[in-house]
Ligand binder design. Structure first.
Ligand code: PEP
Ligand code: MN
Length: 338
């Protein structure tokens, strides 16, 4: 962290400020005297320093971070890739490609068990399905809630596929005890109280990127979970809001290699919510795999025109089968050139 002091700073103010930095934050303070102002360079762990607090001090002209404000999610302090183990067969981030597939919403036992069997046959290794749904309209289908969780468990029993489903509030954590991966949806990426509570569990968390979140904000949300002691975080790029209206969101493909550079956490891509259109799912999934994604999360419905949510972006099981084949073929081909 670099702090530029105002020219009017007295020796006494400088000493008081420097001692406060050393004592409160255990950092080393280097000082350079320029012609008009003094510059301080802070060395050590500056993640706990509130940059706005420093900026608010009378003697401070400006302040700039030169190190990322996240530590646990930072590759600098953890050079090896994190591998998130879901069960004995599935580890996300180990170089293999995993597809989580299933409907946007769990609608009935027949629907979720049928889709689970179909996507498993096509190579999906995890089942997705929403039981608690964050909908833009309060009048839209809100999910089957606790019953939806039970139906997901029935589908897991029938197929062996681990289940991924979204949590919306911290008071539901006990209900999610038996879920394999807890999804934090885009709308809750900055629900810090929820993130803190999830940090106290040891569940794998699929942390979706917020609708308009920067990569740094997204990593800071991962940091919230990890700061509580839960390092089992999987990041999910699901498109961000831009000026483009043709697609539901804009898939930020560059986020994949950027996350890989900045962090050791695995990245999964959701081409369904990124595009909002079923015909765009395959090309976006291919782009994600080519860019280094560790997994994909894809919406699949047995009858998309009658889906209770997100029908337009849902693939039929047959379409999913074709997409999965091409995606795995691409992954295979890439492993030969990388
Ligand atoms: C979902 O996965 O169905 C969902 C609501 O996703 P997101 O939070 O990315 O919008
Ligand atoms: Mn959806």
């Amino acid at each position: 962290m670099i702090i530029v002091l105002k020219p009017s700073t007295t020796e006494e103010q400088l000493n008081k400020f420097t001692n406060m930095l050393k004592n409160d934050y255990q950092v080393k303070v280097n000082k350079w005297d320029g012609v008009h102002s003094t510059v301080l360079g802070l060395i050590g762990d500056t993640t706990k320093i509130d940059i706005e607090y420093i900026d608010a001090q009378d003697i401070v002209e400006s302040v700039k971070r030169v190190q990322e404000p996240y530590k646990k999610a930072n590759r600098k302090f953890h050079p090896e890739n994190s591998i998130i183990k879901i069960n004995d067969e599935i580890s996300i981030g180990d170089g293999s490609l995993h597809i989580m597939a299933g409907p946007c919403s769990v609608e009935s036992e027949e629907q979720i068990v049928g889709i689970a069997k179909d996507v498993k046959a096509s190579g999906a290794t995890l089942l997705r399905g929403g039981a608690f749904k964050p909908r833009t309209s309060p009048y839209a289908f809100q999910g089957l809630k606790a019953e939806g969780l039970d139906l997901l468990k029935a589908a897991r029993k029938a197929t062996g596929l681990p289940i991924v489903t979204e949590i919306m509030r911290a008071s539901h954590i006990d209900m999610f005890e038996n879920v394999d991966i807890i999804q934090v949806g885009a709308r809750n990426m900055q629900n810090f109280e929820l993130l803190k509570e999830l940090g106290k569990t040891n569940k794998p968390i699929l942390l979706k990127r917020g609708l308009s979140a920067t990569i740094e904000e997204w990593l800071m949300s991962a940091e919230y979970i990890m700061a509580g002691g839960n390092n089992n975080v999987i990041l999910c790029e699901r498109g961000i809001r831009t000026y483009e209206t043709f697609t539901r969101n804009t898939l930020d493909v560059s986020a994949i290699p950027i996350i890989k550079r900045l962090s050791h956490l695995p990245v999964v891509v959701d081409p369904s919510h990124a595009s909002g259109k079923s015909w765009l799912v395959e090309p976006l999934a291919m782009a994600a795999v080519a860019a280094g994604a560790d997994g994909l999360i894809i919406e699949v419905h047995n009858d998309p025109p009658h889906a209770l949510s997100d029908g337009a972006q849902s693939l039929t099981p047959e379409q999913f089968d074709g997409v999965a084949k091409n995606v795995f073929a691409l992954k295979d081909a890439l492993s030969k050139v990388q």
